[in-house]
Design a protein around this ligand. Structure first.
Ligand code: NAI
Length: 306
């Protein structure tokens, strides 16, 4: 298989490395900056003998070279600066993502699209519109990353192995995201048995602020290692047809009482894309929070379309 990554910046180039070095697929890295994706591709190719894989990595500025991709990942666009919210990127990134989606679908009409550019849920919606794809073939990456952050903070608090913690974050990828503490466990034990309510609330808040915490520390751009890992997990589930149940930003048609909006919900991911959307039992409070989350995404979709 072949995976195209549009935007060879920090998330895109790290994702290229993950995909090639996990031996999942050949990679085409595309960027508007001339020479940069070509240089990165050559650099990654020169590591192959040491990393022991034989995947092709191509760098390009031309969509012709992306033809026939099974998956297209869009990471093109600006990242946040300190003090900015993801929504501040709306209008600049909307133009970039719509153009990228149109160009990519023209050369890979059968591809499954994964959007990474922020503000994530709105960009996924705009890319869905621009490509005209059926909804199972387009999705956004956010929930896997936000869940990994929540799991990390729980593991740090309890001093346990991160792999023993399982948690899920739904909703929009922003200040209104919904870490589901009622479903978080350590090897099957609910965290509510292990931590008191104020501590759980502190970890939930740190998760909501997880991206901004890194932007503030780095001052130049945002997180990219964990975002690349999270995206590669989704690519892997599709390429290897694993049917993993992951939180994914999906276009909803009535699920959770929501319609014509993109938001993070648990989805089964396989070779055809989103195989199904799981409707979890949520508390009344969580259902209300999901609605508020969806309303804010809808407001931004409308603003981007003005
Ligand atoms: P970056 O600035 O390192 O890379 C962005 C790349 O996009 C640059 O190389 C730039 O030249 C390229 N680009 C700009 N316009 C383009 C166009 N029209 N066509 C092709 N390429 C174009 O930024 P980084 O850190 O890689 O982040 C990329 C995006 O991903 C940002 O919007 C960021 O907010 C978002 N992000 C989303 C996450 C999520 O959970 N969904 C997590 C981390 C980042």
């Amino acid at each position: 298989p072949r995976v195209t990554i549009v935007g060879a910046g920090r998330v895109g180039s790290t994702l290229a490395q993950r995909i090639a070095e996990k031996n999942l697929a050949d990679v085409v890295l595309l960027d508007i900056v001339e020479g940069m994706p070509q240089g990165l591709a050559l650099d990654l190719m020169e590591a192959r003998g040491i990393e022991l894989h034989n995947r092709q990595i191509i760098g390009t500025n031309n969509y012709i070279d992306t033809s026939g991709s099974q998956i297209v990942v869009i990471t093109a666009g600006l990242p946040r600066k300190p003090g900015m919210s993801r929504d501040d990127l709306l209008l600049t990134n909307a133009k970039i993502v719509v153009e990228a989606a149109k160009n990519a679908i023209a050369h890979s009409p059968n591809a499954i699209f994964i959007v990474v550019t922020n503000p994530l849920d709105v960009m996924t919606y705009l890319a869905w519109q621009a490509t005209g794809l059926p909804r199972h073939r387009i999705m956004g990456m956010a929930g896997v990353l936000d869940s990994a952050r929540f799991e990390t903070f729980i593991a740090l608090e309890l001093g346990v192995l991160p792999a023993d913690v399982k948690a899920m974050v739904l909703g929009s990828h922003g200040d209104l995201m919904m870490p589901l503490s009622g479903y978080a466990t350590v090897n099957g034990i609910p965290i509510t048995e292990l931590l008191d309510a104020p501590t759980i609330e502190r970890l939930v808040q740190r998760t909501r602020n997880g991206g901004a915490e890194i932007v503030e520390l780095m001052q130049t751009g945002g997180a990219f290692f964990a975002p690349a890992s999270a995206t590669s997990m989704m690519v892997e589930s599709i390429v290897l047809n694993q049917s993993r149940l992951l939180p994914v930003a999906a276009y909803l048609q009535g699920e959770y009482g929501l319609e014509d909006v993109v938001i993070g919900v648990p989805c089964r991911l396989g070779c055809s894309g989103i195989e199904s959307v799981l409707e979890l039992t949520l508390t009344d409070e969580e259902i209300a929070a999901l609605k508020v989350s969806a309303q804010s995404v809808r407001k931004n979709i409308d603003q981007a379309q003005k």
